[in-house]
Design a protein around this ligand. Structure first.
Ligand code: DGY
Length: 324
């Protein structure tokens, strides 16, 4: 008899077919997030859950108390801040993620945000399309900030951080400094990256790029005090999770010109509320949490998550177990 799984995340047909060879599939076909009452009903019946934080919310005690058969939650993301690890351990539920397959794609987006913010590309795109170019007399108003040859501070020098450092070093001749839980000898050797404590990194960087996972230690890692340490000409880029930043402090720093601008892939609350002041500031460039969102990479992540799910349910053990 095939074990049952609930697919709560949009899935390519080929990947669904792979899971179907091994498991009986129940699936969320609606728009957006799975409503809690449906999730609770479905989870009571299945051995595996295929999801991401954005589709089913936290995998916590409340949910797991309804999931007596559940053996594995396979996240279609590298981030796993939706996992309550203590509750999952208590209920003997394995959690898996999809590392590595997205490194280069997320690094592309991070760099794109950095360039777009520095050179004000979205703002100046609107300027051209709204027909303002021919009335412009002062070209100085269109100036941006150089990227090449400046100092990039990367907070979180894991595999994605390294892929960003590679672009910065070899594409833009940037000076790389970084802060991380542990020293990264590889990044130091390959990209001449210099390890700094957080305060020194914030003081020295022209660009501060946040790429750290969200954990209890990194919640609001960047707040009022940290923005005060940054240069007034600094640009802040967040491609990690919104909650690594105190968003109100970020808004104040931008409004009071404590920093020059921000490029944001993530927000404290997602989807971001339409009245969030960040959306009104001209020196902020936003995208809707799309770090890994290319067809090729999303398909690779979907397959990796499916392989994890099936590996656990067929007794082989997880390929990418999550440990804290
Ligand atoms: C992830 O996979 O956790 C990232 O947020 C992708 O953007």
């Amino acid at each position: 008899m095939k074990l049952k799984v609930y697919i709560a995340y949009p899935i390519p047909e080929s990947v669904e077919n792979f899971i179907a060879q091994h498991c009986e599939i129940h699936k969320w076909d609606g728009n957006g997030r799975v409503p809690t009452n449906i999730l609770i009903e479905e989870i009571a019946e299945v051995e595996g859950l295929y999801t991401s934080g954005s589709m089913t919310g936290p995998i916590n005690e409340e949910l797991l108390s309804h999931a007596s058969q559940l053996k594995v939650v396979s996240n279609v993301s590298v981030g796993y801040n939706n996992f309550n690890l203590a509750a999952m351990t208590k209920h003997n539920v394995i959690g898996t993620n999809t590392p590595n397959v997205l490194n280069e794609t997320v690094a592309d987006l991070a760099f794109g945000l950095l360039l777009a913010t520095a050179r004000r590309i979205p703002e100046l795109d609107r300027f051209v399309k709204e027909g303002n170019w021919e009335h412009k007399t002062n070209y100085v108003d269109l100036y941006g900030k150089d990227v090449h040859g400046t100092t990039l501070g990367i907070i979180g020098m894991g595999r994605i951080g390294e892929a960003i450092a590679k672009r910065a070093k070899f594409g833009f001749d940037m000076n790389i400094i970084y802060h991380n839980r542990n020293r990264n000898a590889d990044a130091e050797k390959k990209y001449d990256a210099e390890y700094c404590d957080l305060d020194a990194l914030l003081r020295k960087s022209d660009y501060v790029l946040l790429m750290t996972p969200l954990t209890k230690d990194t919640f609001h890692l960047i707040g009022e005090e940290e923005f005060k340490l940054m240069k007034e000409t600094a640009i802040f880029i967040n491609v990690s999770r919104g909650q690594t930043v105190d968003e109100q402090a970020l808004i104040r720093a931008l409004e009071n010109k404590k920093i020059l601008g921000a490029g944001l892939d993530v927000f404290e609350k997602e989807p971001v509320a339409p009245d969030n002041p960040l959306l009104k500031l001209p020196n902020v460039v936003t995208v809707p949490h799309i770090g890994s969102a290319t067809a090729k990479t999303e398909e690779a992540m979907a397959m990796r998550a499916a392989e994890n799910l099936v590996a656990v349910l067929t007794g082989k053990g997880p390929i990418d177990p999550v440990v804290n």
